[in-house]
Design a protein around this ligand. Structure first.
Ligand SMILES: Cc1cc2nc3c(=O)[nH]c(=O)nc-3n(C[C@H](O)[C@H](O)[C@H](O)COP(=O)(O)OP(=O)(O)OC[C@H]3O[C@@H](n4cnc5c(N)ncnc54)[C@H](O)[C@@H]3O)c2cc1C
Length: 465
């Protein structure tokens, strides 16, 4: 049995590890376009900031670890064509030499590529690129280019186009590196994956650390600034009221999301769906015989929404593991995502799981969201922090649909959102969250855990109005 994985990131490597774990005799080959298999690209901002001191430290596992697990790594090798009837994969190595790899089962984990928005200066013959200090950010190659700009160009300032979680992490990272950062986001508030009231708290945290935040600002053009200006690049944008906005900066980072990288699978006949991601069933099978797919290149099964596109590292790991098991003949199901995520912004963290009001309405629920706040631990013990919570439940059934949290980075925001994720996963009502037997000691919590107090605020509000 020869299993071939295309892609050496979260999905491809998770699939390969699982296959080798289940069948140490399985012949497993991972084809990777670059030389950085199993790197934690989620950690890129912390290498850029200098908190992670060497890029090699970002490896979840070294090449030697992966080989010791029994997989063959074909690095700097690009998959070019899948011949589905013949079960053969055409690959080229770094020198362009072609080779046909025969497979019994194939797992496509080609991931995603950064979106290149229609901003003048990013495309065309005179497009600005990494050598000019204009960067997109997704791969280790992109990371080395950013670090080269930082080390060789000694930039004093940066504009970050995009106020999603990667843009925020990079605003934090570049500020830590001593750059003056301007963040431009076309939507009315940063971190648009949470409700605007929490986005406003994120906005305030950025401002506290000196980041100039321009929400409601759409970037139109990036160009070289005239010599003698206060920055090498000029970023031209339009504010929400139509007023022109110009900022000069030494580097520009464009981080406005990703799109699934599916050309290879599509050319082989794989069905695409939402956002042109590969359609898969819960076993991570595509419509093509003996071809699975997982990670950022696929449509994600969502436990409340049905189908969505939700590219996240946690999901890619789980889907890859399922694909690896099933490629060996298993029938494991991917249980579905809730879009659980958390981001650190300087000293604060924001997290969400499940649905917000508008998403819940689309899914046919009758959602109500109640905002409240509670301490992360007993306030009499030093170092306590308030946590702002937004709890979303269904008015009719009382079912917990979603939760959003904002609070200090030491307030266990990530693990608290995981309580909510677990409760939603198990179809609990908001009221039932109060029944959970959760831990307590004054320096670390309260007799009523903060998330339970948020749930009680929701129940109070719904019952009394
Ligand atoms: C800066 C940053 C921070 C992030 N932070 C978080 C976070 O905190 N939490 C979280 O859950 N997620 C985070 N993510 C998202 C997460 O990293 C992705 O969801 C995850 O890496 C997806 O894994 P993947 O294997 O599906 O695809 P990718 O990571 O996109 O990898 C695709 C792989 O396929 C290879 N490949 C592509 N085409 C070919 C081909 N034709 N031939 C051979 N190889 C090919 C690529 O070289 C690569 O190895 C972050 C992403 C970035 C960029």
């Amino acid at each position: 049995m020869h299993l071939v994985m295309i892609g050496g990131s979260d999905a491809g490597i998770s699939a390969a590890l699982r296959a080798r774990e289940l069948n140490p005799g399985a012949d497993v080959t991972v084809v990777v376009a670059d030389a950085f298999p199993n790197f934690s690209i989620c950690g890129i901002p912390y290498y850029v900031s200098g908190e992670v001191t060497h890029w090699r430290n970002l490896a979840h596992r070294t090449i030697a670890d992966l080989e010791a697990a029994g997989m063959w790594l074909r690095l700097d090798t690009t998959a070019r064509r899948i011949d589905v009837p013949a079960r053969k994969l055409l690959v080229t190595d770094a020198d362009g030499k072609e080779e046909l790899l025969a497979y019994d089962q194939l797992i496509v984990g080609t991931g995603a590529v950064p979106v290149r928005p229609p901003i003048a200066g990013l495309d065309g013959a005179d497009a600005l690129g990494a050598d000019d200090g204009v960067h997109l950010l997704h791969s280790m190659g992109d990371t080395f280019a950013v670090v080269r700009t930082l080390e060789n160009g000694a930039p004093a300032s940066a504009v970050i186009v995009g106020g999603g979680y990667i843009g925020l992490e990079m605003a934090d990272a570049l500020t830590v590196r001593g750059l003056a950062v301007t963040q431009m986001e076309q939507l009315p508030e940063v971190l648009p994956t949470v409700d605007p009231s929490l986005g406003a708290l994120v906005h305030a945290e950025l401002a506290t650390h000196g980041v100039e935040v321009l929400a409601g600002t759409t970037v139109q053009q990036i160009s070289r600034a005239a010599p003698g200006q206060a920055g090498r690049l000029a970023v031209q944008a339009t504010a929400a009221d139509g007023a022109p906005v110009t900022r000069l900066a030494d580097m520009v980072l464009v981080v406005v999301g990703v799109r699934p990288d599916t050309a290879l699978a599509a050319e082989a006949g794989a069905m695409l769906g939402l956002k042109r991601a590969i359609a898969v069933d819960k076993e991570m099978r595509t419509n093509l015989p003996d071809v699975f797919a997982a990670g950022d290149c696929v449509i994600t099964h969502h436990r409340l929404l049905g189908k969505t596109y939700l590219p996240l590292g946690t999901t890619a790991h789980k889907q890859g593991r399922v694909a690896g098991e099933n490629a060996l003949g298993g029938n494991r199901l991917f249980a579905g995502s809730l879009g659980t995520q958390v981001v650190k912004i300087f000293d604060q963290a924001a997290a969400r799981t499940g649905l917000r009001d508008h998403e819940a309405e689309t899914a046919g629920f009758d959602p109500v969201t109640i905002e409240s706040a509670a301490d992360d631990h007993k306030a009499y013990y030093p170092g306590s922090h308030r946590i702002t919570m937004r709890v979303t439940g269904d008015r009719g059934t009382g079912r917990l649909l979603g939760m959003q949290l904002f609070g200090h980075k030491n307030a266990e925001i990530a693990k608290r959102i995981d309580i909510a994720a677990t409760a939603i996963f198990q179809h609990m009502t908001v009221d039932a969250v109060s029944d959970l037997d959760l831990s307590y000691t004054p320096p670390l919590g309260s007799p009523w855990e903060a998330v339970q107090m948020g749930a009680q605020a929701w129940v109070r509000d719904i019952c009394w109005h």
